[in-house]
Every structure is written in C-alpha cells, then in structure tokens.
Design a protein around this ligand. Structure first.
Ligand code: DGL
Length: 271
C-alpha cells in the first residue's frame, strides 16, 4: 500500500453525530489532520434500507479516497452495520478502513466474556444483527440483548439530553424486559455519548457503559502507532468538515457533538 503517515484521517457519518467520534480521535491524536464527511442530505441512516446506506457510504468513501485519506473510519453505527464490508472491498489497498463495531466487540471479548450484555442503537443497527453475529462468532459465552431505541438520536439532536423529558424516555427504553440483568451496555450510536450521564444514573453506575467513540479512537490510535502511520503536526493542515447539505442549524449543532462550533463546508455527493 502506498499509504503515507502524513495523509489525513477520513471520518464519515450520516450527519453531525459522528463528531462525537471525531472529537475522541482528535483528543488522542491531536497532530492528525481530520477530514470529516457528514451526509446531512441523507440523514438519518437509522431508518434507511441497507442498499441505500451502502450506496451513500461507497460514494463518501470515494470522496475520502480522493482526499488521499490514509484511514477511513466509519463513525456511524448504522453505516458500520450496513456497509463496512462493501466499503472495505471498494477501498481495497488505497486506505485502511475502520468501523465502530469491531473495536467494541474486541473490548467485549476481553472484558465481558460469559456475561449478559445489552446493546442499544438505531433500527438499522439492531435489525442488521451484525453485533450479534460478531459476538456469537467469538464464542466466549456473551449473551447479547439488543433493543432499537430510535427516539434517542432525534431527541438528542433537538437538544433534549439533560432534562426530565429525556430522563423519562431513557428510563422507558432501558426498563424494557429485553435489557434485564445486563452487566454492560453498548452505546451503539454516535449520539449516545451525550446521554451517558443519564444512562449511568439510571443504572446507578452499576454496569459498564461502553462508549464506542472512545473505544474506536483508542483502536485507531494504536493501529496507526503500530504501523508507523502517525502524522507529525504540520502547520496549515487544518481539519476539514464537509457536509452533503448545509444549514445553519447543522452548523450550530456541531457544538453539541464536537464541543465547539466548527465551520461546515458544503460538498454535494451527487451534482
Ligand atoms: N449516526 C447514526 C448511528 O450511529 C445515528 C443517526 C442516524 O440514524 O443517522 O447509527
């Protein structure tokens, strides 16, 4: 592979939520240049068909290859579930491809073998059965209990993530029989790190909450380190944040997910 350490890291998501992943990557790897792509023209992915998500994901991967990215990280759980294998085959040797599911599955094998583990995510992520399949393939006695929680992402996006309405909705999902007696819960959606505190409060801090954004950032950092692909800081190499559709509201929402407001640049997927 002619992959260069100084090349940027590409990160993509259905929209702005994947900035939670970008934020963790930036925290661990401040010297790297990020090129983020949010497919705001087509969000949400969580309710889309597998075929549609695959088509969007390949198109975005193409943009990130043209931007010369050394690694493409699919930050979106729904796209990781629906399109990882396809994107990996498409990208081939041009870049390394990561998803947000495998690092979590590896963590579960190391820490939660033999336990009951819950998973929450979009309809697409849960109905794909990808987590279940990967966990069953591990064959370490993990019993996975999954629940689609489709109201949570729009609720968080609309700013309801730290108040009574959100507390009620979270409690009503988490008290479903499907999630009884779990010892860990995978937050299988870009948006859920924002309600981690409330989920912790619901479980009275008694179970392990697995934040995919932190887990995947650690995995990318150690992969790049191991393969001597870590970049050195170069001035003038700014991070870029591309979106397939621009609105002021998308730009304002970046603060919620990235910790500070950033400038979005419109980059239509299809002209
Ligand atoms: N980014 C999506 C995910 O992680 C959530 C938002 C959407 O449905 O597009 O599954």
């Amino acid at each position: 592979m002619g992959i260069k350490a100084q090349a940027p890291i590409g990160i993509f998501d259905s929209g702005i939520g994947g900035l939670t992943v970008a934020k963790e990557v930036k925290k661990l790897l401040p010297d790297e240049q990020l090129i983020y792509f949010g497919d705001t023209a087509h969000l949400p992915y969580g309710d889309k068909s597998t075929a549609a998500i695959q088509a969007y994901s390949v198109k975005i991967a193409d943009v990130l290859i043209k931007e010369n990215c050394k690694l493409i990280l699919i930050a979106c759980n729904s796209a990781s579930a629906a399109a990882f294998e396809l994107v990996k085959a498409y990208v081939a040797t041009k870049a390394h491809v990561f998803n947000v599911i495998d690092p979590v599955v590896n963590y579960l094998r190391e820490v939660h073998a033999g336990q009951r583990v819950g998973l929450i995510g979009t309809k697409q992520t849960i109905s794909s059965g990808v987590y279940l399949q990967k966990i069953n393939d591990l064959d370490v006695g993990i019993v996975l209990k999954s629940l689609a929680t489709p109201l949570l992402a729009p609720m968080i996006e609309e700013g309801f993530h730290n108040e009574n309405i959100s507390k009620e909705i979270i409690a009503s999902y988490l008290s479903q029989p499907a999630l009884k007696n779990i010892q860990a819960l995978v937050l299988g959606c870009t948006h859920y790190p924002l309600i981690k505190k409330q989920i912790h409060a619901f479980y009275e801090e008694e179970i392990d909450l697995i934040d995919a954004s932190e887990t995947v950032a650690r995995s990318v950092a150690s992969f790049l380190g191991y393969h001597q692909l870590l970049a050195k800081k170069v001035s003038g190499m700014e991070d870029r944040f591309l979106v397939s559709d621009y609105t002021v509201s998308f730009e304002e929402t970046t603060k919620l997910f990235f910790g500070k407001q950033i400038k979005l640049q419109k980059y239509p997927l299809w002209e």
